[in-house]
Design a binder for this molecule. Sequence first.
Ligand code: SF4
Length: 346
Amino acid sequence: MNSKRQVKIGALTIGGNAPVRVESMLKVSLDKRGECLAQCERLMKSGCEMARAALPDAKFAPDLKALVESTELVIMADIHFDPALAILAMESGCRAIRINPGNMPITRLNDVITCAKSLGVVIRIGANGGSISQAQLDEAQGDRAKALFIAVREQAELLLSQGFNDVILSAKSSSVPECVKANELISASYPEFPMHIGLTEAGPGDGGIVKGSACISALLMRGIGDTLRVSLTDEPEREVRVGYEILKALELRTRGVNLISCPTCGRRRADVRRLVAVVEPMLEGLPDGVSVAVMGCEVNGPKEARHAQFGIAGTPKGAVLFREGERVGEYSFSELEGVLPEFLKV
Ligand code: SF4
């Protein structure tokens, strides 16, 4: 978003003037080839632009190669501990790898850099709060955010000193303040390089979504972040959907319909949850950015939703429909299901 440099992974651009990208991670082992491919297809359908795939062992390299050759989704190999795995991933066709500076010593990176240079591979230096080394923690005098920054800096300096600039920088932890601080430190020192942002191990359900959103939003509002992942203990497609919702809320990117619905109050004339349940399935296929407002009453609803192209406001009988602020008509609940598909056409 705010980085000056742009990296390219195949046709995918990250940083510079490119939109903030939405990523996820495959949640099945690479040797389950059919499941991996099916997950990639679902991810692409949900708008995912890149997925990381863990390569924990050399025995999975043929599976990685097969996946890269059979999906159109950009795959970034996720590498820990062993530089030989990073080289294997690149030789298997991955045009992006993530290495963890907390568990891959810089003394063993020269061959990785040489290989990445010759194959045109982008390297994400991705530090993680769970794997920062004791030496990094000691240098930071126990400040975990600073230790994350130091971990990224060590490898960034090595890569840049060797003339390797196709890097994405990232630091994640499971603490929102720690994660925000670490990313601020990185951004201040390397403002020109693209950054991947996210909170790690955010958890499941509402708590996970709120924590991830709080961290990612805080960073994006500071102009930090070129690509993101919302880590959830959930299906990867949900991570992507929440990622787009964050970008939509911050007015940075639009995907899908902007569904507005009121929280209801004592004036409500209709069951808004029931109305939303009827309307929501009908929105798939509408162009990105179209706004649909579902409001609890016809008194304040239309005014509160006046910016929406389509307005549906509850009445005791059913709902009044508005298009671009103009009243279309009033319909009972039983009539609505038949009327709405035609009404919601652009
Ligand atoms: S639209 Fe009507 S019911 Fe909904 S919050 Fe506003 S006043 Fe209350």
